[in-house]
Design a protein around this ligand. Structure first.
Ligand code: ADP
Ligand code: MG
Length: 722
């Protein structure tokens, strides 16, 4: 039943009455929107599965309705009037013979009002509420009564502004009809996991797009239905195959073997010069990395370790091995502030050993950049540190052999690819001209993925884990505090400052509005400066409070950061949650405002900014419930996890539990979410199946394997291999 023929269903039920109704975009614009949704091929459309379903297969009598049900009713309009209290609205009373329901519209067109005039018979679909006025529905979808009822549930697809469901439904339907859906593996292959999962791909897709009304909606929503099992197995297999393909392809590539040397090497001298001994974990991962680099196949390793675990020194030691072998090394960080910290640290370690380090960032003066580029090209600079600027076209390395990416999840796949391409050094360097060298790649992240998950999921990545913090750290005490007790928190800040300690105050980014974000931070800054002064009493020396927000020019940001690092400011108010990785050991208190708005791993990252010195450190998570009586379940779980543990891996595990792995991994892939359907927490058995199946399929049925990967990943396949 084509919904486009309906004249009275134009308005989506939106709580906000100010929303204007956008006309659907013209046809070629629709095509563009489909592409934006990633729906280019027939198979993409066929794999675009419903978010949920609506049951339009039956009419419910109001007498049988339950509060909050999404139902369809049919009856006669017995009253229809526009009232102005409290604001302009259309109230329509619909009598279905068993009871009466008031339909309420805040937005309506004259023709809708006409369609809803007294005496007309109407079918209305919406969420029914009981209450003082009897049954009501807010902005129900309405159409003339009568007409066929569909026999399958109506799918509701993920969409975007300007793309109406009706259009998307038709597009998906025709994509599904045209797509080539022959099986790449037999339904029976899955029977060991689930004896009921004997569905072909075609059956599964047809069912999931148009399930019969007798299905248990729960099994569709939690993806446990056998049709879902088939799709999840398909998806996991595609993911494993593509990673396996890229692992095999990588094995064909060549990288300069960077063998560790004995004697008076940079590596030995840096180790000797460090003011601390390496932890056992640092030694172990250092060994894993060195072993990879010694091979003539490019390393592809993820170094994961909690904030403060000491990844930088591991990276620096890897760099010295590379330089000892006579090759260049590059280190890239996602922000200028972070890159600069690395630069300073590495220079302080390596300059005394005679190493020249080049510095490359986007906002650099032309002259400085030209000099840096020249040093990199001539090989005078053995080490290059910077931001994305490191992978720009103009940058030519003399002989790059090791690329290190810090906070790798903040970089896109394209950037990782670009960095790799920097390495193909010219002829004369390789032992084989057909095989230009690729650099070894070391990626670092402080948002750990539980180890088992990482190992099985990233079939194309070797994982090293720093699971031990350097000694001498006092654990951070975390307190969850209601916003109402802000005054006490200010006192506490005052006390810390009086002891010569420093404090971070983090305001949440307000995503909808950068301007609001700024006002908010500016106000907090003023308010805090004032309150600290009051708390100190008259005549006390003023407490210097710095302000850092995302819209400041880089120079200003740097100056503010430098003042804080130097201890000139005691308190730093910041919205710039992006500056993870800053290292100010004297900071011993972190206050996070509206902590309930932050993600769990984000909170953990923030907390990692304190507790870097020997002093006892604390983290105060201020929360506000707003108008609600209490915090939502997920927010409470996040804050509880923060209060209960300091362990990044435990945090990651809880995060996984609270959010579900699809989102969990997705967030870490900076936009290129890899799993749409499977859920690694609940689908471990399917993942294991896919892991075993993938190598066999690749060996025995390479064409089927390729077809499978193309079908599922299409043009993304290349990308995922980065
Ligand atoms: P992250 O893993 O978060 O990048 P860093 O590399 O910034 O951590 O290290 C955090 C701090 O710990 C730095 O000040 C660093 O010098 C120090 N550090 C690293 N390794 C050790 C160690 N083995 N013993 C003592 N301090 C260490
Ligand atoms: Mg770091």
């Amino acid at each position: 039943m084509p919904e486009s023929s309906l004249s009275i269903t134009l308005i989506e039920p939106k709580a906000d009455a100010k929303v204007s109704v956008a006309a659907p975009a013209p046809k070629n614009a629709m095509q563009k929107l489909l592409e934006k949704l990633g729906l280019k091929r027939d198979i993409d459309l066929a794999l675009h599965l419903p978010l949920r379903y609506e049951d339009e297969t039956r009419i419910t009598r109001l007498r049988d309705a339950r509060e909050g049900d999404m139902i369809q009713i049919e009856g006669e309009v017995v009253e229809s009037e526009v009232v102005y209290k409290p604001r302009r609205q259309l109230l329509v009373k619909l009598d279905d013979g068993s009871d009466v329901c008031t339909l309420r519209f805040f937005n309506f067109y004259p023709n809708q009002q006409k369609a809803l005039s007294v005496g007309n018979r109407i079918r209305a679909r919406g969420e029914v509420r009981g209450g003082f006025l009897g049954w009501t529905m807010l902005h129900p979808h309405c159409k003339p009564a009568g007409g066929d009822l569909p026999t399958a549930l109506t799918p509701v697809y993920p969409t975007m502004a300007g793309m109406p469901q009706a259009y998307l439904r038709k597009a998906v339907l025709s994509g599904l009809a045209r797509a080539e859906l022959s099986d790449t593996f037999a339904p029976g292959d899955l029977s060991q996991i689930n004896p009921h999962a004997l569905w072909t791909l075609r059956q599964a897709l047809q069912f999931l797009h148009h399930p019969t009304p007798d299905v248990s909606l729960d099994t569709l929503m939690d993806h446990s239905h056998p049709a879902w099992q088939r799709l999840k197995a398909e998806e996991l297999l595609a993911q494993q195959l593509s990673q396996l393909q890229s692992r095999r392809a990588r094995a064909e590539l060549r990288a300069p073997p960077l063998q560790g040397k004995v004697g008076d090497t940079l590596h030995a001298r840096l180790l000797a010069a460090l003011p601390f001994a390496l932890t056992g974990a640092q030694q172990r991962v250092g060994f894993e990395i060195a072993k990879d680099m010694a091979r003539n196949v490019p390393m592809h390793r993820l170094l994961q370790g909690d904030v403060g675990a000491g990844k930088t020194v591991v990276a620096a030691l890897a760099a010295t091995i590379c330089m000892d072998a006579g090759w260049q090394c590059a280190l890239m960080a996602p922000t200028e502030i972070l890159a600069e910290q690395h630069f300073r640290k590495l220079v302080s370690w390596l300059e005394p050993l005679g190493i020249t380090t080049a510095w490359l960032i986007g906002s650099q003066k032309t002259k400085a950049r030209r000099e840096a580029l020249a040093m990199i090209e001539s090989g005078e600079a053995k080490l290059v540190v910077g931001t994305h600027a490191v992978i720009q076209d103009k940058v030519r390395f003399q002989n790059l052999a090791l690329a290190i990416i810090d906070e790798q999840h903040r970089f896109g796949v394209a950037q990782r690819l670009a960095l790799r391409s920097k390495a193909s050094v010219g002829p004369g360097h390789g032992d084989d001209k057909a095989h230009p060298f690729e650099p070894h790649l070391l990626m670092m992240t402080a948002t750990p993925i539980p180890r088992t998950l990482a190992m099985s999921y990233y079939a194309d990545l070797d994982v090293s884990t720093l699971d031990e913090l350097p000694p001498g750290r006092t654990p951070i005490v975390t307190k969850v505090v209601n916003e109402a007790r802000r005054g006490e928190v200010v006192q506490r800040i005052r006390a810390q400052v009086a002891e010569g300690r420093q404090v971070y105050w983090v305001c949440p980014l307000i995503e909808e509005s950068e301007a609001l974000d700024l006002t908010n931070a500016t106000e907090t800054h003023a308010e805090l400066s004032h309150a600290l002064q009051q708390a100190a009493g008259p005549g006390a020396a003023p407490v210097q409070v710095g302000l850092l927000h995302s819209r400041m020019p880089t120079d200003e940001k740097k100056a503010v950061m430098a003042d804080f690092v130097a201890g000139k400011t005691a308190v730093l108010v910041s919205t710039t949650v992006i500056e993870v990785g800053v290292d100010v050991p004297n900071a011993s208190l972190m206050v996070v405002e509206h902590a309930e708005r932050f993600g769990l791993s984000q909170l953990h990252q923030l907390r990692g900014r304190v507790g870097r010195g020997a002093a006892a450190s604390a983290c105060v998570l201020l929360y506000s419930t707003g108008d609600a009586p209490r915090l939502g379940e997920a927010a409470r779980e996040r804050l509880r996890a923060m209060a209960e543990t300091n362990d990044g891996f435990e945090i990651a595990r809880r995060d996984l539990e609270i959010r579900g792995p699809g989102e969990f991994l997705g967030a870490r892939q900076s936009g290129d979410a890899m799993l749409r359907f499977a859920d690694l927490a609940t689908d471990a058995a399917l993942l294991e199946w896919a892991r075993q199946e993938a190598p066999m399929m690749l060996d025995r049925y390479p064409h089927l394997a390729e077809k499978h990967v193309q079908r599922w990943l299409g043009t993304k396949a290349e990308f995922l291999k980065a």
